[in-house]
Design a protein around this ligand. Sequence first.
Ligand code: FAD
Length: 499
Amino acid sequence: MSRTKEGHIWTAQIGSKTGMETIGAIIPPQSYPHGHSEVFDAIVIGAGYAGLVATRDLTIQGHSTLLIEARDRIGGRTYNGIVDGFNYEMGGTWVHWSMPHFYREMSFYNMQADFIVSQTPGGKHDYFTLNSESGTTTMSHAEEAKLFGKVWGLFCDVDGVQATAAMPYPFDSRQNRETTAYLDKVSCQQRLDQIRERLTHEEMAMLKAILLQMGGGPLDRMGLLDAIRWWALGNWTGTGLNDIGLRYRLKDGQSSFARKIFDHSKATSKLSYAFSTPVQQVTEKGGMVTVTSRTGQTFKCRKLICTVPLNVLASINFTPPLPSLKIMASQEGSTNHCNKVHFDVAGADLISWSAMSNPGRGVICALSDNLTPAGDTHIVTFGPSPSLKNGIRLQDGIQPIKGSLEHILPEGQVIKKIVYHDWNTDEFAKGTWCYLPPKFVESYLDALRKPHGNISFASADWSDGWRGWIDGAIQEGTQAAKSVVEELRASKEKPRSHL
Ligand SMILES: Cc1cc2nc3c(=O)[nH]c(=O)nc-3n(C[C@H](O)[C@H](O)[C@H](O)COP(=O)(O)OP(=O)(O)OC[C@H]3O[C@@H](n4cnc5c(N)ncnc54)[C@H](O)[C@@H]3O)c2cc1C
């Protein structure tokens, strides 16, 4: 099995180490079947889902394409490391057939039977723990779902009809123009203040934890619009979003799915690729685009698709320069700087346990998810941005990370393993999934989607629908490749001048 340099593992016996086995690592890192000095029909920067799908769609239609990626692996903000026989999803994880672009790919690659459920009922600690300033409460998962549905539903009921009027078309922002403009101006903190008097102390603790888990915080930097869109995507019901976005994952991991898309491109013989090759400069002159890597390698193409994340876009130099709105959007960036950390806890007692903690100490949400081959309970946790007073910096060592879960674990539990990727200090991500700040959509979304000469831009971070999710990345990659294929075709069909 190939290895990536990324990801961190800690065990009581060995201590900390970096790097892990993953099917997503690409060896050898570079391949140019037709030489690297050719002028490619297209270059795609970034081998996350947007880039992989765009590359696949270009190559299967016969266009010579170079995929350039800074990392040593495919998948971008998704990959699964295999540690002691267990798949740890380091980034994007939960997927569902209600995510249309994603599911189309799953059925295309005959992977419909590849889902597994995260939650397992019937364990010794089969309950939910809610930690708030006033103490710790436990309740059944049915009570948890009822409370969750109540507070989340109250928060999202911005129009008295569960946001069905405010957000009738979550997949087409143009059809919600008026309400989008209103919701875009409001922060989650402002919405919370509107309903605060209708919430008990416990309900408020849970609602804040839900919001911080969604957008990483701070709440006054989280736009209400994304929350309402997620609610609408969950079919405007209290627990719909959880059923779709927190229940099913892939049995062989995200990298197995990404690999199908990559291998499909490879089989066309139209694909060249350069991994471990960060792009530094993109220059367009006379209709030709030149891409320069940090080590000075140059590559030429007719059309470029750039799929780097929103928070990273401003770190690449473009000549002519990108329009100022694109740069400002990237500098303002996604609000979400949450931490995701996996813990293995000795034995199977916690297999049915989940928890929320607000304000919490590093972890605000914990969710048990299957047993490891060693018979230990695997728990996935999320914590808010390290910039918040209840957030932690993963680079500060293992003790604060251990402490972040220990304070909400039932008594007598032993943490045996910790696995994580620090997406916030990762220069090619600079954060986790996209959650937009207030006033961002109206100011920047149209500008982010516009091409710049022969360069187009595709990312989950500015998709419609499941923006910030895997589905959004696939949607964007598909659309960008379709436009580029049409443009390449049109340019080849143009009659030659006889002058
Ligand atoms: C912790 C975490 C949990 C998540 N959970 C879920 C979930 O449960 N379900 C879900 O659907 N989604 C989830 N997401 C979101 C989802 O993973 C992303 O929205 C999606 O994968 C983004 O895809 P993308 O192709 O747009 O961007 P990316 O995957 O970020 O791809 C962009 C690529 O560009 C590369 N790049 C950046 N800079 C350069 C450069 N200078 N030169 C060359 N290459 C460069 C990057 O290395 C990267 O590979 C999660 C994300 C994270 C981080």
